[in-house]
Ligand binder design. Structure first.
Ligand code: SF4
Ligand code: SF4
Length: 162
């Protein structure tokens, strides 16, 4: 069979979408940070000015899972489960007020969420998620694992009762 000339290109495109080429969301450590002030660390890090996130419902049905797959097909969009077990949608995108020197362009009138963010418990200090899904495949694999674990648990509970 003669394959259309465009096929390899399409394959390449599909591969690129699957890998997504996300901008990394980094929370760096610095060699001399013991000697740095909190403000100096924040201006160098700028991690929490480079994303927005919002709470998601836990995916319990096919339609929600399909919706989440759609989210994850987009560049710079990820989903994570936080330490409280809540699901969150993450957009890795810098705030337009973040200045080249790492300062906030609207410091006095910045949103409350920015004011309340404490560098003592920020994402740089410790892992703030238990699971992070960057691709649909990663999400689907996790959900399949959970399904199997649930089925095994149910089976062993049934055995105990009998
Ligand atoms: S609060 Fe933490 S994550 Fe945010 S900019 Fe400062 S050091 Fe980075
Ligand atoms: S408003 Fe200021 S503190 Fe808040 S995310 Fe933007 S640059 Fe960062």
């Amino acid at each position: 069979m003669v394959r259309p000339k465009t096929e390899p290109k399409l394959k390449k495109k599909k591969k690129a979408i699957n890998e997504k080429g996300d901008s990394p969301l980094e929370f760096p450590k610095f060699k001399n940070e013991k000697a740095m002030t909190v403000s100096e660390i924040c201006c160098k890090c700028t991690g929490c000015c480079r994303y927005v996130s919002t709470v998601l419902e836990k995916p319990r049905n096919k339609s929600t899972i399909d919706h989440y797959v759609w989210f994850l097909l987009h560049k710079n969009v990820q989903i994570y489960i936080d330490n409280e077990g809540d699901w969150n949608l993450l957009f890795i995108t810098p705030c337009t007020e973040l200045q080249p020197d790492g300062r906030c362009g609207i410091y006095e009138t910045r949103p409350v969420i920015c004011k309340e963010y404490s560098p003592d418990s920020c994402s740089r200090v410790g892992k703030d998620h238990t699971h992070l899904f960057k691709t649909p495949a990663a999400l689907l694999e996790y959900l399949e694992e959970q399904k199997q674990l649930k089925a095994e648990k149910k089976k062993s509970q049934k055995k105990i009762r009998n």
